[in-house]
Design a protein around this ligand. Structure first.
Ligand code: ADP
Ligand code: ZN
Length: 628
């Protein structure tokens, strides 16, 4: 048995460690350095909180937690207080008396975990305080959360993180643990170098999130598709909708509100107080849908986010995976849903082309975008593809016919309903030769719409103006619908057989090295038959509309009444303590209590999420509610 299991049980009320938690905790508590790569929801917080508690109990003093998000520190620390742990934060939201008081307790080494942002940790004043603690043997551990912020290859680069190298230089004797949910090799190498973690042991977990169902649909009318998806699968549940621009965020939030959904906008253009207010509502109230740019989400540890939807395509798989990972931290069934179309591809390409970055950097960005396109166009298991991208082989397989085994997870759109495959090779060749002929005839490139018009034989003004009706490919694809050709173009771009070039605000198509194999008929272009996007997915979870929570679907009617009462009580307590409800108890804990129908405090022992402090503070109330 690990020395630290009693802390897990007593303080956090959990029965067993998850995955590599125990190995990490043992290593760090014993004074080792660690780099922890674990997906969102994997349980990273305990990896430094338990060593912090163990080392404080052993008289080794304070753990400093470096966290980038001041706005979340209050709730993080509140959650530790609820569990009976001495924790505090230092940031600009404190009054000077509060800050002074916290510093005094800190200097006495009484605090177990102190949270601060990197820009604070690296001030001369704070470093001097740490010196003083360290001289007295009361500086126990540094935990660097969201460590990918140190890397420009990550998606949340924060220059302040670079300054954290000082921790190693100045406090070489103090162990460090760095944690991130970003897994790609480039970012990882950068973290090691920038934070000087060459000696640290690396703990890399499986990045699979089996409770998240991945679905990518073809974008038609994105907001209507989104609305259907929410109404059908997630009525009254919390979710996040990501859009590319502030304007889109506002529009979509408005549309959802019109449709009776509690949606709130969040983007960097809103005043800070309003952003904070919306974030608080999302965290503290039930069933709120946050419509946001990627400015929202890092560090949000709300466990019952039931879906993450992308209305626009992100920049790369790292971003997509990080954002979708915010769904279902509580391990209950959740959805990652994305609508994707040709315009997304074109926009993302343009943003890269037009950015002022160095060509070498753009090349990396294009490669990352291509990998995401390939995921979106994939006809096989999405999960296997995602994990493959992070260098992880997915174990699940199923015979795909003819004795060939295919990756199979059973919980993504392609596994649940294998797409009809359509042979688009002929259409692809017609499109590519049209691109070629236009270029030859007019000595300039043309966009997707014009190219498709020629292939379909549409006599538009532009076609006439350019004399393109005389091209030999004019009308050769009259049988294809625009939707089909659009899908073929997307696929060609995803395959790298066609390039989108952006110049002076125009997007033109151009052939690549990869075009040749398709033109010569050496490579076929297979794509998914467009499925009607608003058809319900087979095996849709279609839970009963009355179930108030994904955690409570299996409760009998009497237990359901207890669950509902417990939730109402929890809401009151949360309001009194000025904390989100899930910090008091998770839905799953309330559901377990409701199911157990406890008659005595003893009956509450061993319920997951019910530690000693919470039992003491809330046990009597909970019993009374259950007996009522
Ligand atoms: P991360 O920071 O990796 O995204 P968290 O630390 O927020 O994940 O943990 C995700 C959820 O899992 C939290 O609600 C946490 O309480 C819970 N959790 C973590 N470890 C365990 C465990 N060993 N047993 C049960 N629940 C756990
Ligand atoms: Zn799958």
């Amino acid at each position: 048995m690990s020395d630290h299991l009693p802390i897990l049980r007593e303080i956090f009320g959990y029965e067993a460690f998850r995955g590599p938690q125990q190995a990490i905790i043992d290593h760090v508590a014993a004074g080792g350095d660690a780099l922890v790569l674990m997906p969102t929801g994997g349980g990273k917080s305990l990896c430094y909180q338990i060593p912090a508690i163990a080392r404080q109990r052993a008289g080794q003093g304070v753990t400093v937690v470096v966290s980038p998000l001041i706005a979340l520190m209050h709730d993080q620390v509140g959650a530790l207080h609820e569990a009976g742990v001495e924790a505090a934060f230092l940031n600009s939201t404190l009054s000077s008396e509060e800050a002074y008081d916290t510093e005094r307790r800190l200097m006495r080494g009484e605090i177990t975990l102190v949270y601060a942002a990197p820009e604070r940790v690296t001030t001369a004043r704070f470093l001097a305080q740490l010196d003083s603690l360290n001289e007295r043997g009361l500086l126990s551990l540094f935990a660097i959360d969201e460590a990918h912020c140190v890397s420009q290859w990550g998606h949340d680069f924060r220059p302040e993180y670079r300054g954290l190298a000082v921790l190693h230089e100045r406090f070489a004797n103090v162990p460090r643990i760095a944690l991130t949910a970003t897994a790609d090799a480039l970012t990882r190498a950068d973290i090691v170098e920038r934070l000087q973690l060459q000696e640290a042991r690396q703990f890399v977990s499986s990045f699979d999130r089996p409770n998240i169902r991945y679905t990518i649909v073809e974008k038609k009318d994105a907001s209507t598709q989104l609305l259907r998806f929410i109404e059908r699968e997630h009525a009254n549940e919390a979710g996040v909708v990501y859009c590319q621009s502030r304007k889109r965020v506002e529009e979509v939030a408005e549309q959802l509100v019109q449709a009776g959904i509690r949606a709130l906008p969040y983007h960097a253009g809103l005043p800070a107080e309003l952003r904070q207010k919306h974030q608080n509502e999302f965290l503290r109230e039930e069933g709120v849908v946050m419509v946001a740019t990627i400015a929202f989400g890092m560090g949000i540890d709300k466990p019952d986010v039931r879906f993450v939807a992308h209305l626009d395509m992100p920049k790369n798989i790292e971003g997509y995976y990080q954002e979708t990972g915010r769904a279902g931290r509580d391990s209950l069934p959740s959805d990652a849903w994305m609508a994707y179309g040709l315009q997304d591809v074109v926009n993302q390409r343009r943003m890269i082309d037009e950015s002022p970055a160095a060509e070498e950097f753009k090349q990396v960005m294009r490669g990352k975008l291509d990998a995401l396109l390939a995921l979106a166009e994939a006809t096989d298991c999405r999960r296997a593809r995602l994990l493959g991208y992070f260098g992880e082989a997915y174990g699940g397989q199923q015979e795909g016919g003819g004795g060939i085994y295919m990756p199979y997870c059973g919980n993504c759109d392609n596994c649940m309903e294998p797409p009809q495959i359509w042979d688009g090779t002929d259409a692809a060749r017609k499109l590519l030769s049209t691109v070629y002929r236009c270029q030859q005839a007019s000595r300039s490139g043309f966009g997707a719409a014009h190219t498709m018009d020629i292939v379909r034989g549409k006599l538009t003004d532009k076609v006439k103006q350019r004399g393109h009706e005389s091209l030999s490919t004019f009308g050769v694809g009259a049988d294809y619908s625009e939707q089909q050709l659009r899908a073929v173009l997307r696929q060609l771009i995803a395959m790298g057989a066609l390039n989108v070039r952006s110049e002076e605000g125009f997007n033109t198509l151009e052939l690549t090295e990869g075009s040749r194999a398709v033109l010569r008929g050496e490579q076929s272009v297979l794509l998914r038959e467009s499925v009607a996007a608003d058809k319900p997915t087979r095996g849709s979870r279609s839970k009963s509309r009355n179930a108030p929570s994904a955690a409570a679907t299996h409760l009998d009617p009497e237990a359901m009444v207890r669950f509902i009462n417990l939730k109402a009580w929890r809401a009151e307590v949360a309001r009194e303590h000025n904390l989100p409800a899930y910090v008091i108890f998770h839905d799953a804990t309330l559901a377990a209590i409701a199911h157990a129908a406890p008659q005595s405090l003893d009956d509450l022992q061993g319920i997951s999420g019910l530690g000693t402090k919470k039992l003491e503070a809330y046990g009597a109330d909970v019993l009374r509610l259950c007996q009522a």
